[in-house]
Design a protein around this ligand. Structure first.
Ligand SMILES: *Cc1c(COP(=O)(O)O)cnc(C)c1O
Length: 472
């Protein structure tokens, strides 16, 4: 591509970017795509001769954009947000242009040092223990896997790294019954085994029962099983429930078990003092993960991982082959030694752009807005004769279901499901669901960058109308 074509394409793309954002509100949040539609539209193999970039961009607009689920749409209330923002998008474009590999300090000094600073900014912004050390990974799943491997190595004195697992006792980890599936996955590939993930039952507030946890750990030790780690949630995926972190921390310290806190979604709200206080001291946690790529206006991917004992982490992961050796080892942060991947993207740039462009107050204002909108929905659900709140609202997530004294839970489940399916079938709104203790409920997660009171009011009108239709 020559200079002139590149310049023209850049102009076209920046125009498209602005108009996409402006048109989003007028577009459906969900596409009408059927399975196989896009596959059939795309040629069977790569072209023999290069094509004009304008032709490729035409096809992008024709084939790709109309067949996307629009995650940045203000009527996107599904899952958890993965909210993008303008400063983050600009940083992504710059880092793609530089195209650096940020595995060692030497391969990108500015990336390594900006990452170190950004992790310190996050500790300050979120009021986390100042002696933690941070590193950016791609996802919370990776961060949790890294935490679990470090916990396993520390508990086995780095025996599994050197000799494999065969000579080791049976190992076990502990988490609430509502913990994220990434914990079961991590147990699978850490060689601990899914059967050795002990699920602790939860209490009325959704947090795990700390007494049962302590009993299970002690009973396992007495039976010759090696407890490796507890994974506690600050904001479960299903309902945003919070485990009693201080009590869990005391048990972990007393029993010498690694405590990893999964705050993938809820962690962003730590920047609000009211919510920060729900997490307790956190000083007994050994590691902690939260995703700026969920609710902090940083484009996917960006997962912030913190660890107290940096030496254990490095002892688990550092392995420098001859061709990567530098004179600076030990003096600087070579972040590929802090995790699994060797190659690393320059993700710190997005954090720097976002935190500077919004400022602490701008970020807090957005979160306040989202949480107040969630509480507004909660209030209306509570006042509705045929809707019920499933769990209390701490974050931007509202969980609710259709209820009626004359109906069984199965009937309520099936009506709730119909409400959800009909709303999503309109393609103008997107909500998702979960199920706990046999109860099917709708999850409305409010956190899109450009969501306003008006969008949430429109959503509430749609929900109300649909509930009336389904009950009629
Ligand atoms: C979203 C989520 C995860 C997984 O996050 P990824 O970055 O997609 O791996 C893990 N734990 C919780 C509590 C989550 O909400």
């Amino acid at each position: 591509m020559n200079n002139q074509d590149y310049k023209a394409a850049l102009d076209r793309i920046t125009n498209w970017m602005q108009s996409y954002e402006a048109r989003l509100d007028l577009t459906n949040v969900l596409p009408s795509t059927q399975p196989g539609d896009v596959y059939k539209l795309v040629n069977e193999c790569a072209p023999n001769h290069g094509e004009e970039i304008d032709t490729i961009l035409d096809d992008f607009e024709k084939f790709i954009v109309p067949n996307m689920t629009h995650w940045q749409h203000p009527m996107f209330f599904g899952y958890f947000p993965a909210n993008a923002s303008r400063p983050s998008i600009l940083a992504e474009m710059l880092m793609s242009t530089i195209g650096a590999q940020c595995m060692l300090w030497l391969t990108s000094p500015a990336a390594a040092e900006l990452e170190e600073r950004m992790m310190e900014w996050l500790l300050d912004l979120l009021d986390l223990p100042q002696d933690w050390h941070g590193v950016i990974h791609d996802t919370a799943s990776t961060s949790t896997f890294i935490a679990l491997l470090t916990a396993r190595e520390r508990a086995t004195n780095w025996k599994s790294n050197s000799d494999g697992l065969s000579s080791l006792p049976q190992m076990r980890i502990y988490a609430s019954e509502h913990i994220h599936s990434s914990i079961d996955k991590a147990a699978r590939y850490a060689g601990i085994g899914e059967a050795n993930v002990t699920k602790i039952k939860t209490q009325a507030d959704g947090g795990l029962d700390p007494l049962e946890l302590a009993q299970r750990i002690r009973a396992d030790k007495a039976a010759g099983i090696l407890p490796i780690a507890v994974i506690a949630a600050f904001g479960t995926t299903g309902t945003g429930a919070i485990d009693p972190l201080d009590e869990i921390g005391r048990t972990c310290s007393a029993e010498n078990v690694w405590l990893h806190v999964d705050a993938a979604y809820g962690g962003t709200a730590m920047m609000l003092p009211d919510i920060r206080s729900l997490a307790g001291h956190l000083t007994q946690a050994d590691s902690y993960v939260f995703n700026p790529h969920k609710w902090m206006f940083v484009n996917f991917d960006c997962s912030a991982f913190f660890v107290k004992d940096k030496e254990s982490l490095l002892k688990t992961f550092a392995l420098t082959p001859e061709y990567l050796k530098t004179q600076l080892e030990g003096e600087v942060n070579d972040y590929s030694n802090w995790g699994i991947a060797l190659g690393r993207r320059f993700r710190a740039l997005k954090l720097w752009f976002v935190m500077r462009s919004f400022g602490k107050s701008g970020l807090r204002d957005k979160l306040h807005l989202h949480i107040s909108l969630a509480k507004w929905i909660e209030k209306h659900v509570k006042q509705h004769p045929n809707l019920e709140i499933f769990t209390q609202v701490d974050f931007g997530l509202v969980c609710f279901f259709v209820s009626d004294a004359s109906l069984s839970m199965e009937q309520e489940n099936s009506l709730t499901k119909s409400v959800l399916e009909n709303l999503n079938a309109s393609k103008q709104i997107f909500l998702t669901h979960s199920k706990q203790d046999g109860r099917f409920f709708i999850r409305m997660s409010i956190g899109a960058t450009n969501v306003t009171k008006q969008h949430v009011e429109t959503a509430w009108e749609m929900i109300r109308a649909e509930v009336a239709t389904v009950l009629a």
